[in-house]
Design a protein around this ligand. Sequence first.
Ligand SMILES: Cc1cc2nc3c(=O)[nH]c(=O)nc-3n(C[C@H](O)[C@H](O)[C@H](O)COP(=O)(O)OP(=O)(O)OC[C@H]3O[C@@H](n4cnc5c(N)ncnc54)[C@H](O)[C@@H]3O)c2cc1C
Length: 495
Amino acid sequence: MKRVQIIGSGFSSLSSACYLAQAGFEVDVFEKNADLGGRARQMSVEGFKFDMGPSWYWMPDVFEKFFADFDKQPSDYYQLERISPSYKVYFGDKETIEVPSSLEELYTLFEKEEKGSADQLKIFLDKARYHYDVAINTIVYKPGKSPFELVTLDTVKNAYQFVTNIRAEVRKRFKSDKLRQILEFPVLFLGAKPQDTPAFYSFMNYADLVLGTWYPIGGMYKIVEAMVKLAKELGVQFHTNAKVNSISTENAEAHGLFVNDKFHSSDVVLSGADYHHTESLLPIKERRYSDAYWNSRTFAPSSLLFYLGFNKKIKGLEHHNLFFDADFDKHAEEIYDKTVWPTNPLFYANFPSMTDHTIAPEGTETGFLLLPLAPGLEDSELMREKYFDLMMDRIKDHTGEDLRTSIVYKKSFCVNDFKEDYNSYKGNAYGMANTLKQTAFLRPGIKSSKVKSLYFTGQLTVPGPGVPPALISGKIAAEQIIKDQIRKHSYAISI
Ligand SMILES: Cc1cc2nc3c(=O)[nH]c(=O)nc-3n(C[C@H](O)[C@H](O)[C@H](O)COP(=O)(O)OP(=O)(O)OC[C@H]3O[C@@H](n4cnc5c(N)ncnc54)[C@H](O)[C@@H]3O)c2cc1C
C-alpha cells in the first residue's frame, strides 16, 4: 500500500484524503492547528459558535457530486436549508434591497427598480446558466496542465466571454447602480475586481440567483465534520498540532515530512497548505516559483473580521447583509492598486443564528463582520478598533440601533492572524484571484516540476478560491496522484 502524507486539513486536503483513501492509499493528514478544517474552523465560546471562515454555501450540486463519489449524500451528514431572502443589500441612499430566493420575485424586483430589466435579467441568467454548465462539465475539473483543456466546441464558441469582463457585460444591460452592484457582487468571491474578471464567470450569478444560498444547520463546520467522518471511515489518519517543518527530498524526490521535527517517510507528499508556504518548506533550488513570481500575482483580499456574541436578538438585519453604502471602486482601488487601509469600505455582516437556533444561547445572537482588505497591510489593534467603530456606526445609521451596547463576546482576526494561523501569503484570506491571467493552466501547477512525488491542492492552484473549488481541487490532485502511481507501478512491473 502506497503512503501519502497530506499537509493541512482544509477542504482541499480533506477532499484529496477521501479520494486517495478510497483508491487504496494509506493516508496521513498533518494539521498544524489544534482543530481540523483550515480556514473553515469553528470556534465555540460561552455557548456561541462561530464559523471562522466561509459562510455562504453556494453550488450545492458540487457538494452532492463530492459525496456521490462515495455513495453518500450531504443529507447523510447535515441538514441544509435554503435561505430566504438570500441576502439584504444596504445602499448609500439608505435604501435596501432584499434579494429573494424565488426567481419570479426577483424578476418583479428588477422590473420595479428599472423598467425592462426583468427581460434583460432573463437573457443574462440564461447565458450564466450556459456558462455554469460549461464550467462544471468541461473546465473546472481539469488539472490545469495545458491550454488545450480549455479548447472545446463550447469554449471556442464563447471565446469572447473570456476576453470581455463581467463589469462590461453587466453594464451594457443594466443602468440602475443598485442592480449593477447586485450583479457584480458574486465575482468578489473569485478575489478580483469585476473589471478584471472574465465575463465567463457570470456563472457565479447563476450560482447566486438561481441555485441559491444555502446553510447547513449547525454551521458551515458541519461540512468539515462530514468530510472528516467520511475520511476516517475510509481509513485516513489525522494528526493535529502537527506542524510540518520541512519536506524531505532525496535526489529531488519527496520522500517524507519533518513534522514537529520528527521524520515521517512517505511515497507521495500532497500539500493543501498555501502554495507559497509549501514551497518555503523545500530547499530554494527545488522551488518552482520565485518570490518575484508570487509578488507579481493578484491575490484575493485579506480581511478584518470581528466574531461577536450579542445578549439579545437583533432586529432590522438578515442572516447575510452586504453594506454596499460606499464607493465600491474606491475600496477596490485601495485593495488592489494602492494597498492601503480603505477610506470608506464596503463590508459584510453575518448573523447565522437568525436561521439556526443551535449556534447561540436562547434569546441571543451570534455573528461576524467582515471587511475586505489588501493583503500585506500593516495590522494593529488600533486600526482594527478604528474599523470596528466605523462598521458599528454604519450599521447604526441603517438600523437605528447601536449594537455595541449588546455585545458580550468580541474577538478580532486580521492579516497577522491569517499569517500566523494558516501560513498565508501576505495574510490573504482566500487565495489567489481568478483573473484572466490566473485561470486554469495559468495558475500554479498541481504537480511540482522540480520534486518528484510532490503535489499541491487548494485555493492557490486550480480551480481557485472558495469551498466548492477546494473540493474540486482535492479531487483533481488525487486523480493526478492515482494516475501517476498507476503509471509508475505498471512501469515497475514491465521491467
Ligand atoms: C473569512 C473567510 C470567508 C470566506 N467565505 C467563503 C464563503 O462564504 N464561501 C466559500 O465558498 N468560500 C469562502 N471562503 C474561502 C474558503 O473558505 C477557502 O477557499 C477554502 O476553505 C480554502 O481551503 P484550502 O483547503 O485551500 O485551504 P485552508 O483551509 O487554508 O487549509 C490549509 C491548511 O493547511 C494548514 N497548514 C499550513 N501550514 C502548515 C504546516 N506547515 N503544517 C501543517 N499544516 C499547515 C493550515 O493550518 C490550514 O488548516 C472564505 C474564506 C475566508 C478566510
